[in-house]
Design a protein around this ligand. Sequence first.
Ligand code: SAH
Length: 331
Amino acid sequence: MNIEKLYETLAGRPKFRLKQAKEAIFKDLIDDWAKATVLPLSLRQELNKECPLKINNEFFVSKAKDSTKALIRLEDGLKIESVLLRHNDNRNTVCVSSQVGCPLKCSFCATGKMGFKRNLEYFEIVEQVIFFARLLKKENKRVSNIVFMGMGEPFLNYDNVLRAIKIINAEDGLNIGARHISISTIGIIEGIKKLAKENLQINLAISLHAPNDKLRERIMPINKKYPIERVLQAVDDYMAKTKRKVMFEYLLIDNVNDTLECALELAKLMKKPLYFLNLISYNPTGVFTASPFKKIKEFKNILEKSGVNVAQRYRFGQDIDAACGQLAGKN
Ligand code: SAH
């Protein structure tokens, strides 16, 4: 589904046609132009030819039924994965990919293992949300939140990510509130700086995963280019400008970054009123072992006692390889 072609096809027509077409794809969530009966038959036929709405996919539902993974096939045959997370409180979060593969090679991440194929176009990002919006509509539900935590590094595809967010957020688009949209980054400083200037109410999350450069560099090679101190400086500038909280993600790997010393070192870095820390258990990708539950609890206790805003994130969809870091476009 390529909505760029929609704009091209409707370019020479009266403006209200585009309005009607957008309503059909973003609100009625049609999957076939034949259903857009407000449009003349000839236009419906032309649109079905120029801009078909079908999304090529396979999908997998987890045993607990709280997550659904879609493997979407793009026009050039490459595949990406997106996940729908159904929370107990009725939130339905879509975890979207921003790239096919990823160039960053974090040692714990399955996407990193597959290498980098290409950036996604803005409409290929929007398409992932539309896919789940259609699915949920059948149950009278809607997508409430978006997280850029699928495949890829969003700030290495900044323009397409921002353009997609504008459509996802627009009233005449998918109309999902900016405060319900989050970008997760490894800490690409240029991206953090640019985002600070956008004047958007979206959320920023930083993948930290280690409390010092030596360890971070070992598990995340990009730390050489973006060391912790510089990332945190960019975050502080971002917060001063936007007055928004920033979330830090820290995944716990057994005997790698879950020791007492790590907890104490991390506490020192994280003790700021507008920082909040999310502890994630490492999802198996065949490289490390996850920290046992007891250790995660102890780790969290230390941080809490030191006055850090900290929470532990629920795991989703491990059985369908749909959890954080497990997306690799395989089928
Ligand atoms: N490139 C971005 C966004 C994609 S990854 C980023 O790094 O933030 C989304 C989150 O999943 C990141 O915090 C990432 O570090 C984490 N992640 C990757 N592999 C994981 C794994 N095996 N278990 C748990 N979290 C993982």
